[in-house]
Design a protein. Structure first.
Length: 116
């Protein structure tokens, strides 16, 4: 890392979210549902939300494309969280995947909620 620090730091400045990621060239809408889900799954498995939200070029500019990411994320939340009352606050407020705040499980402008 030290040997490449300057190049890495420059790349951080140039990439969205400050994380160097491959530049997406495909639209989420131009691939099959199966290919899109496999791509989202691979990005999910990487453990990086940035990877998930940058795998397709149009997720931040096309609502229909963004909805594909939102459905994937909501599906993952419902797979992981078994109690629907606990997972509900994480999904209905988010009009887009990019507006969803993973740390809190809600849209940044959504009112606070309490579970239990």
């Amino acid at each position: 890392m030290r040997a490449n620090f300057r190049a890495f730091h420059q790349a951080q400045k140039e990439f969205g979210f400050g994380v160097p990621t491959p530049i997406a060239t495909k639209s989420a809408l131009e691939v099959s549902d199966e290919e899109r889900d496999a791509t989202f799954e691979g990005a999910w498995e990487s453990g990086s939300l940035v990877n998930l939200l940058t795998v397709y070029a149009d997720l931040s500019v096309d609502q229909e494309a963004d909805d594909t990411a939102k459905r994937f994320i909501h599906g993952k939340i419902h797979q992981i969280v078994e109690d629907p009352r606990a997972s509900a606050p994480s999904t209905p407020w988010a009009p887009s995947a990019l507006a969803w705040t993973p740390a809190t499980g809600m849209q940044a402008s959504a009112p606070a909620f309490r579970l239990g």
